[in-house]
Design a protein around this ligand. Structure first.
Ligand code: SF4
Length: 136
């Protein structure tokens, strides 16, 4: 008896795009509908990423800093920092990350005082991203 074999090559990219992706999307949408809105609405953030400056004392070749407009390379004003402190206190945020997209936090005016102020409003953990030039 003659046999017929049917083989079909599976293109992985097409399989992911046309097979897996729609299935994953449907599953995620279904699961999302079952999560109560109270689980993610009206809650305070756990952590704040805070750019206390957009100025930098370096000019690394890979960084967007060299393309930033000069008027955008500024320190955060004291009044805005005070407002941020009040909001942190209200929202009971406990972690701050001093990591601007561009800029070096250690050159922000009164850096130590700013850290002390953050601690005074209840921040328990402060992370810092720095180019470390000031630490030499
Ligand atoms: S922000 Fe960071 S990466 Fe960019 S120039 Fe300054 S030190 Fe370099």
């Amino acid at each position: 008896m003659p046999t017929v074999s049917i083989t079909r090559k599976i293109n992985i990219k097409d399989f992911i795009k046309n097979g897996l992706r729609p299935i994953a999307s449907t599953v995620i949408k279904s699961v999302w509908r079952w999560i109560p809105r109270s689980a993610y609405l009206g809650r305070s953030p756990l952590k704040l990423i805070l750019a206390i400056t957009r100025k930098c004392n370096a000019n690394c070749v890979f960084c967007a800093y060299q393309f930033a407009r000069e008027e955008d390379k500024v320190h955060m004003s004291d009044s805005l920092f005070e407002l941020v402190l009040r909001r942190i206190e209200q929202a009971k945020i406990e972690e701050v990350m001093l990591s601007p997209n561009i800029g070096e936090p250690l050159i922000a005016p009164n850096f130590i005082e700013k850290v002390k102020s953050l601690r005074a409003v209840g921040i328990k953990k402060i992370e810092l991203t720095t180019n470390a030039l000031f630490l030499y």
